[in-house]
Design a protein around this ligand. Structure first.
Ligand code: DGY
Length: 320
């Protein structure tokens, strides 16, 4: 019998076709609606491979049902949606999609920084709603980006790509990371700072750390209170790192200037969420890696990892 692959979202035919030649492919039939947990629980029983999205929760309980599962290939660089320890205990390989999304995600981070600091969203909204009545000297004014100080929290591949962009904007680059990156410091002229120091000095703070037990709630009321009143906060890695209630208070009370958010504690963010009532929030729906080229490159990595494992070879981008 051919091994079975379950794909948790409808993916483009041409990316799935190579798998169909060799394996039995089962695929959830919607691109927009996530597979319900009960369907996933049934599929996981017989699957040899799972191709998952970052929105699928693969916890210990879900993995209990897996009897044949050899590999989970996750369409994301982040893998906080999967219980890696539980997978490892069951001998299941987990793979992700790093590198191919680095520049695209850094583009989004930097674009969101520009949009947030220069208030693209509220200016555009007012124009569309007929609120642009005349050119005004201080109308729609935001905060400068060029020549200011950026503080990058999390100096991994994407952090480094954001730092390169910042250098092009003549920015002074501070970073905070679990470990010092001496090579990156030498290569790009970025400077290490303790977290509190970075928060006090940066005009723009960009969060790029993965979501772990250690980073959960890392930016709360205390941290936000250290930031400049004129500062922007850009969150592009995972929701849950920034305390959203504390962020709402800080934005409402003008403790900081504005926030640009690509990720949220709960995704999709509920429409009644208080953050969405604020004009100084620029919010986009988790689109860091969302370019046609990059999403296809990510999917190609996923498909190859599944083929590799099911054919008994070592896959690239193994995270456990
Ligand atoms: C990832 O791949 O983890 C990113 O969040 C995609 O935008």
């Amino acid at each position: 019998m051919k091994p079975t692959i379950f794909i948790t979202r409808k993916l483009p035919d041409e990316l799935v076709a190579p798998l169909k030649e060799k394996f039995t492919v089962r695929m959830w039939d919607s691109e927009d609606v996530a597979v319900p947990a009960e369907v996933l629980r049934e599929e996981i029983v017989q699957a040899d491979a799972l191709w998952t999205m970052l929105s699928d929760t693969i916890d210990r309980d879900m993995l209990e049902s897996a009897t044949n599962l050899k590999v989970i290939s996750n369409l994301a660089v982040g893998f906080n949606n999967i219980d890696i320890k539980a997978a490892e205990e069951k001998g299941i390989i987990v793979t992700n999609t790093p590198d191919v999304l680095t520049e695209t995600t850094a583009d989004l981070a930097f674009g969101l920084l520009l949009a947030t600091a220069r208030r693209f969203n509220s200016a555009e909204k007012e124009l569309r709603e007929g609120g642009w009545l005349s050119w005004t000297p201080m109308g729609y004014t935001g905060m400068d980006v060029y020549g200011t100080t950026i503080g990058i929290i999390g100096m991994g591949r994407i952090g480094e790509a954001v730092a390169r962009r910042a250098k092009g904007f003549n920015m002074h680059v501070l970073y905070h990371n679990r470990s010092r990156k001496h090579e990156t410091e030498d290569k790009f002229g970025v400077k290490y700072a303790e977290l509190d120091d970075l928060l006090k000095r940066a005009d723009h703070v960009v969060i790029l750390v993965p979501l772990t037990e250690e980073t959960k709630g890392m930016i709360g009321e205390r941290e936000l209170s250290l930031m400049k009143k004129t500062a922007t906060l850009i969150s592009v890695s995972r929701g849950g790192i920034v305390d959203e209630i504390a962020l709402y208070d800080a934005l409402k009370n003008n403790t900081i200037f504005a926030a640009g958010l690509d990720v949220f504690e709960k995704e999709p963010i509920p429409l009644e969420h208080p953050l969405l009532t604020l004009a100084n929030v620029t919010a986009v729906p988790h689109i860091g890696s969302a370019s046609v080229q990059t999403r296809r490159a990510m999917m190609a990595l996923n498909a190859q990892a599944i083929i590799d494992v099911l054919e008994g070879n070592e896959p690239k981008n193994r995270v456990n």
